[in-house]
Ligand binder design. Structure first.
Ligand SMILES: [Fe+2]
Length: 159
């Protein structure tokens, strides 16, 4: 199926751009870092890089969710579900036990980039707009609570 695209061998990299901003500085900085971690995935240290990235995804989701909850975002529960679904998809994607190949690294990168862009530009942006409209004061960085971290870590099925 994949060969049909004909560009299989070209590295699949999507760079962060300002157009991905949702106008919440902390969240934008975290999203930018996520893109850097996706870009940094490589075949030589695939397991390590993937684990590092997923660790940061958990931290980021926890921070974003804490901000949503704290600010009373009406679609918080819905958004939480999207994060959980992503966790399930990642676990399924990575749970195949296949050996790492350049193609698989690119598949993971492609999957993560596409999910991130789709999620940020639809759901996170919606939150950014709501947040701005409410003119809430800028939040302090919020550390992930142990409860959330544990829950998401279990969801990802990864250490
Ligand atoms: Fe999100």
């Amino acid at each position: 199926m994949s060969e049909a695209f004909g560009v299989r061998k070209a590295p699949f990299v999507i760079e962060w751009r300002d157009g991905f901003k949702i106008s919440i500085a902390q969240i934008d900085a975290e999203h930018q870092h996520l893109f850097q971690l996706v870009k940094a995935l490589n075949l030589q240290s695939a397991d390590q890089k993937v684990n590092e990235l997923l660790d940061y995804v958990v931290t980021h989701f926890s921070n974003e969710q804490a901000l949503m909850e704290k600010s009373g975002y009406p679609s918080f529960e819905q958004h939480l579900k999207l994060h959980e679904e992503f966790g399930a998809q990642v676990a399924e994607f990575l749970g195949s036990g296949e050996d790492w190949t350049e193609e698989r690294v690119q598949d993971v990168r492609r999957f993560l980039n596409k999910w991130l862009i789709g999620h940020i530009m639809t759901h996170d942006l919606r939150f950014g707009r709501w947040y701005k409209e409410r003119q809430l004061t800028a939040p302090k960085p919020i550390a992930a609570s142990k409860e959330q971290r544990g829950f998401l870590t279990r969801l990802f099925g990864l250490k």
